[in-house]
Design a protein around this ligand. Structure first.
Ligand code: ADP
Ligand code: MG
Length: 333
């Protein structure tokens, strides 16, 4: 059952705000310069949309996606909906472009690691190596899925979709699209610090906080137009045993969590790409992030490593204004 809070009617000047609860995060929607009537309709409509996404896209609560995964395991066709088909197609392209570093077909592996939960940290030792290797040997990939209209099937029974790496981004995109349909052109849809901003805050741009590993803010970016900013990291959701921490982003090629970088922040034209790319670049790590960012045609990327050193593309270096000292800041062309 979707748990959803709805607090409309909070207004400051020409701003309106509402909060929704979806995928275990608070989504805050802010608008500027819209009428009461527009936001009334928008917030009611968004509540319904987020509720449907939660129900249809959830990786482990019973719903459309868990039904799809059961059909994949049985080798049967499954009638999905347009949003799921879109996510599958986009995921297939991103899996290819990232050389398999981003792979939402590894739901079996994510579940094996105990990350199909809302309760973090997960406590206890990692799963057995044999179990991980057995799943790895089946090589689940989104490219095993064949789409025909709204129908899809997998020729690999090990494919288990888990859209945790891109669902928030796509949700933010769909919300922005809906706001625009209602004539709202100045807004931020913010899912726990990952967001897309459109238009401006009246006379000034939107000021966006850039999240940092361990919580807090490392800097600010001004957005005037239409951009998404997403950060993925190994600092919020992880498994903890007596000595080690195992973050929730897995390398699909090894089956093990990645620890190389503390966080990756991506600025892109849409939420889905920014979200998926941030996850993919965490997997790419310090050695490969630049190359994978190029393959995804990303311009503005920031990587923070475990010691607090910062690596930026030139486009990101131009945009971010640091409000806090970290380690060394290096621009990588
Ligand atoms: P967050 O939800 O904390 O913002 P991400 O956007 O990075 O983090 O998504 C992480 C989630 O994506 C994991 O919880 C899991 O569901 C899924 N996932 C983990 N590793 C991968 C991967 N290599 N490719 C695609 N999805 C992944
Ligand atoms: Mg992501």
């Amino acid at each position: 059952m979707a748990c959803l809070a709805f607090l409309a009617g909070c207004q400051r000047d020409r701003e309106h705000h509402a909060q929704f609860f979806v995928f275990g995060t608070v989504v805050e929607v802010s608008t500027w310069g819209a009428t009461d009537e527009q936001v009334g309709r928008a917030f009611t409509g968004l509540q319904q949309m987020f509720q449907a996404m939660h129900r249809d896209w959830h990786a482990w609560e019973p719903g459309l996606l868990t039904d799809a995964n059961r059909a994949f395991a049985a080798g049967e066709p499954f009638e999905a909906n347009g949003q799921i088909i879109t996510m599958v197609r986009r995921a297939q392209a991103i899996e290819e472009l990232t050389g398999g570093r981003f792979n939402p077909a590894i739901g079996g592996l994510v579940g094996l690691w105990g990350f199909h939960t809302s309760d973090y940290p997960v406590i206890g030792p990692p799963p057995g190596r044999e179990q991980i290797d057995a799943l790895l040997a089946q090589a689940p990939s989104t490219l095993d899925i064949h789409v025909d209209g709204m129908s899809m099937r997998s020729d690999n029974p090990a494919v288990q979709l888990d859209f945790g790496g891109l669902a928030k981004g796509f949700a933010v995109d769909l919300a922005v699209e809906y706001l625009r349909e209602l004539g709202i052109d100045n807004a931020i849809v913010n899912a726990g610090g990952d967001l897309r901003a459109i238009g401006s805050h009246g006379e000034r741009p939107w000021n966006i906080a850039v999240r940092k590993p361990g919580g807090g803010v490392v800097g600010v970016i001004e957005v005037d137009g239409d951009e998404a900013l997403f950060t993925s990291g190994n600092y919020e959701r992880f498994r903890q045993d007596q000595t080690e921490r195992y973050p929730h982003i897995l390398d699909p090629r090894t089956g093990w969590p990645v620890k190389d970088v503390a966080s990756v922040t991506v600025l892109a034209g849409e939420g889905l790409l920014a979200d998926a790319a941030a996850t993919a670049l965490v997997v790419a790590g310090l050695d490969d992030w630049r190359e994978v960012a190029r393959a995804l045609h990303l311009e503005a990327v920031m990587v923070i490593d475990g010691t607090g050193d910062v690596y930026l593309t030139p486009a990101m270096a131009q945009r971010v204004r640091f409000t806090e000292d970290l380690g060394t800041v290096v621009t990588v062309d």
